[in-house]
Design a protein around this ligand. Structure first.
Ligand code: HSE
Length: 451
């Protein structure tokens, strides 16, 4: 059959908000070029949205608009269901129903896949349908494609990314203007960079969902959001951003997934670190200079070395760019056997790895500590003694007159350590905190060289 004779792929959108609208616009604007790439047309023929008036305004006569998402799933003419509703609730039911109805699924829903991915991919495999999710991680950056296909020769060693634009915007503003978190969050909400309920973003949950997906694709492990360490930026102070800067570091919220072959686990095969937290990164690294709402992901592979992917992680057309790319992949594979497809999580489902996600205590990283101490003889010696007892090596120590301290008998000590385990560091901190000369709760941040 010549390509001219292939019928268009018929797509049903569930939700036509920001990303759905962008998907409609991009598909329409670039339809001819997309058809030449896909080998057939891609048409949105049906849209479900509770706000049917708004949906009709966006799609005009081009597609049938309904309020009931299940009408899209039940339509035998629809080949692909694009889920853009979000969340774990109704979206999960609809995705599973679409799969059960034999539809291919495209979704931007990282929360759904990070938490329920195992169930969803198993159901899709059973039915022989594709579940594509490029838009779920870092919006328009084709990081899923890069990891699943472009880097497939490599043993991936680690992935580290700025994968939440809201928090990167807030951190950039805090650093630029020396402002505290609360002040910048309000400004970000006013400008539309942060949602009215920003909890998932600022508490690190959104980034951890994405890191969970990246860990699964990088190492061929199941999605295990429940084992991820999740820490946001709400407790970060402008003081630490300033001190980090003075030491040559920027603080970024990183999602990190790292293979660890050195660690002994019950299965005897090492493990994987999966963590999201504010991180000091050397200023000279490219990723430290990713500012505002932009995203960037670093991948370290044994063959390729370090690669970096940079771009817009959210927004209407950047995210639509990823959704449409998934639709083109599906269009090309519509008539192909399931075995010819790229596996959902990059590795064949029967060849997944049992590498466990390591508990936080076993994570190895270096640390930034800030201690408010009495400014008198012997204090530093005591602290360094405690670190030495734990086998923790010090990289740098600086003493700073704390801005808010008026009396001359207190000072801030900032200690940078070399790599050690989180468990060991916590024990040392507990011992230091117990000293009468340590006058306030010790601030602990993690530091990654990303070399
Ligand atoms: N809320 C996300 C962010 C975008 O701020 O990056 C969608 O994942």
């Amino acid at each position: 059959m010549s390509q001219e004779q292939l019928r268009p792929v018929r797509v049903g959108l569930l939700g036509i908000g920001t990303v759905g609208g962008g998907t409609f616009t991009v598909l329409k604007r670039n339809q001819e070029e997309i058809r030449r790439r896909a080998g057939r047309g891609i048409e949105i023929t049906m849209v479900a949205d509770l706000n049917t008036e708004l949906a009709k305004k966006v799609v005009g006569d081009a597609a049938q608009v309904v309020a009931d998402a299940r009408a899209v799933i039940a339509n035998p003419d629809i080949d692909v269901v694009v889920e853009l509703i979000g969340g774990y609730g109704v979206a999960k039911a609809l995705v599973l129903e679409a799969i059960a109805a034999g539809k291919h699924v495209v979704t931007a829903n990282k929360a759904l896949l990070a938490v329920h991915g195992t169930e969803i991919f198993a159901a899709a495999r059973e039915k022989g349908v594709i579940v594509a999710f490029e838009a779920a991680v870092a919006g328009g950056i084709p990081i899923i494609k890069a990891l699943r296909e472009g880097l497939t020769a490599n043993q991936v060693q680690w992935v580290a990314g700025i994968i939440n634009g809201t928090t990167n915007f807030i951190l950039s503003e805090m650093r630029d203007k020396g402002l505290d978190f609360d002040v910048v969050l309000k400004e970000a909400q006013r400008l539309g960079y942060a949602e009215a309920d920003p909890t998932f973003d600022i508490e690190g949950v959104d980034a951890a969902h994405k890191a969970t997906l990246l860990s699964a694709i990088a190492f061929g492990i199941p999605v295990q959001f429940d084992k991820a360490h999740v820490e946001g930026i709400t407790k970060l102070s402008a003081t630490d951003i300033k001190y980090a800067e003075q030491l040559g570091y920027r603080i970024k919220l990183l999602g990190i997934a790292r293979r660890r072959d050195d660690v002994k686990t019950p299965a005897g095969i090492g493990g994987v670190e999966l963590r999201t937290h504010p991180t000091l990164v050397p200023m000279k690294r490219l990723i430290a200079n990713v500012e505002g709402a932009m995203n960037a992901v670093l991948v370290q592979g044994d063959a390729v070395g370090t690669t970096m992917y940079y771009g817009k992680g959210a927004g209407s057309e950047p995210t639509a760019s990823a959704v449409v790319a998934d639709l083109v992949d599906i269009a090309r594979l519509l008539d192909a056997a399931p075995a010819a497809r790229v596996p959902y999580l990059a590795f064949q489902p029967d060849s997944m790895s049992a590498l466990p996600v390591l508990p936080l205590d076993q994570v190895v990283t270096s640390f930034y500590l800030r201690l408010r101490v009495a400014d008198k003889a012997g204090v530093l010696a005591k602290l360094t003694g405690i670190l030495a007892d734990q086998g923790i090596s010090i990289d740098a120590v600086i003493q700073r007159e704390a801005d808010e301290v008026s009396e001359g008998n207190q000072t801030d000590l900032i200690i940078l350590t070399h790599e050690t385990t989180e468990g060991g560091m916590n024990q040392a901190i507990a011992a230091m905190q117990a000293l009468p000369t340590v006058l306030a709760p010790i601030v602990k941040l993690r530091k990654e060289e990303l070399a």
